[in-house]
Design a protein around this ligand. Structure first.
Ligand code: IPM
Ligand code: MN
Length: 351
């Protein structure tokens, strides 16, 4: 199989971790006889520096012409510390998600046996943790009207959802849960928000088509608590954009390191794969960042975009093997941690 992949390293540790995923993909290509062609594009702070635009047209064009997109990270402290900046790196990613209609973001939460001691939670709470967060990605408060009033002294952001937007992401979650334990938790704030009430109404109606799925509605504040108290009680969590952003960072911590988690952003056509962590500017260029979230994102790409199930599995197995053999970056291994590049090479060699 021949596939072209847009590679968007982005900012901070992005380039270092992306390089490891490419190493792994090259080995998979050789071993399983596929040709992966990598085409690089600029996005984020580095794109602003070079072109003045966080998502140059060229990058968008590239992304639309390839079979899948592998993304590193975005963000730079220069902008975080300057709330008045009009052009911001994150706009690049948000515009890309919107332009490609990537309406669903899938974030699997999995705890590796060997890393249980790295989790801030007690061992018994980690027993049987295996859930997926399905996050709506291009609606809600992220994309609503925002602005200032009264000479800038009053600010507003608005959240809007249509029935159609809710239905399509819920459909994805229902189809996914049918392949799992058939338990969906819909997370919202229906005791306060009108958008959440529309979510409930829509999903209650839609759930009639899925008789063998159990469906539970949970307020987001309670969900934040249950993810820590009883994470094993979840199978698929379905939620809106902002709640999904926050809850997946929370959930990543229970796996021992935020550096471990992959994600897939799926739309009608080209999908995008990225680790859920940020650009970790403090570690930029230090060869210490954990590349596993990105490597596992490449595995998700093989499975979801190309249907290459056994190739994806070979990456997941190599990651697990490396971890079981005690290899890891310093966030997950205390004794003789490997550098980013060395861990990438190690995982690639285990395929
Ligand atoms: C994520 C990130 C992004 C988001 C930022 C970089 C815009 O935190 O993918 O979770 O909030 O969606
Ligand atoms: Mn986030």
């Amino acid at each position: 199989m021949r596939k072209t992949i847009a590679i968007l390293p982005g900012d901070g540790i992005g380039p270092e971790i992306i390089e490891q995923a490419i190493k792994v993909l090259k080995i998979v290509g050789t071993k399983f006889n596929h040709e992966f062609v990598f085409e690089y594009g600029l996005i984020g702070a580095i794109a602003i520096d070079k072109t003045g635009n966080p998502l140059p047209n060229e990058t968008l064009k590239l992304c639309k012409s390839t079979d899948a997109i592998l993304f590193g990270a975005i963000g730079d402290p220069k902008y975080d510390n300057d709330p008045s900046a009009k052009i911001r790196p994150e706009q690049g990613l948000l515009k890309l998600r919107k332009s490609l209609d990537l309406y669903v973001n899938v974030r699997p939460i999995r705890v590796f046996e060997k890393l249980k001691s790295k989790s801030p939670l007690k061992g018994e709470i980690l027993e049987g943790v295996d859930f997926v967060v399905v996050r709506e990605l291009i609606g809600g408060i992220y994309f609503g009207k925002r602005g200032r009033r009264k000479n800038g002294t009053v600010a507003y952001d608005t959240s809007t959802y249509s029935k159609a937007e809710i239905e399509r992401v819920a459909k994805f979650a229902f189809e996914l849960v049918l392949t799992r334990k058939k338990h969906i938790t819909v997370v919202d704030k229906a005791n306060v928000l009108e958008t959440s009430r529309l979510w409930r109404e829509t999903i209650q109606e839609q759930s009639k088509q899925y008789n063998n799925v159990t469906i539970e509605f949970m307020f987001v504040d309670n969900a934040a608590m249950q993810i820590i108290k009883k994470p094993s009680s979840f199978d698929v969590i379905l939620t809106e954009n902002m709640f999904g952003d926050i809850l997946t960072d929370e959930a990543s911590v229970i796996t021992g390191s935020i550096g471990m988690l992959p994600s897939a952003s799926i739309g009608a056509k080209t999908s995008l794969y990225e680790p859920i962590h940020g650009s970790y500017p403090k570690a930029k260029g230090l060869n210490t960042a954990n590349p596993i979230g990105t490597i596992l994102s490449a595995a998700m790409m093989l499975e979801y975009s190309f249907g290459l199930i056994k190739e994806a599995k070979s990456i997941e197995n190599a990651v697990e093997k490396a971890i079981n053999l005690g290899f890891g970056t310093k966030d997950i291994v205390s004794n003789n941690p490997l550098g980013t590049s060395e861990l990438g090479t190690k995982i690639a060699s285990l395929i």
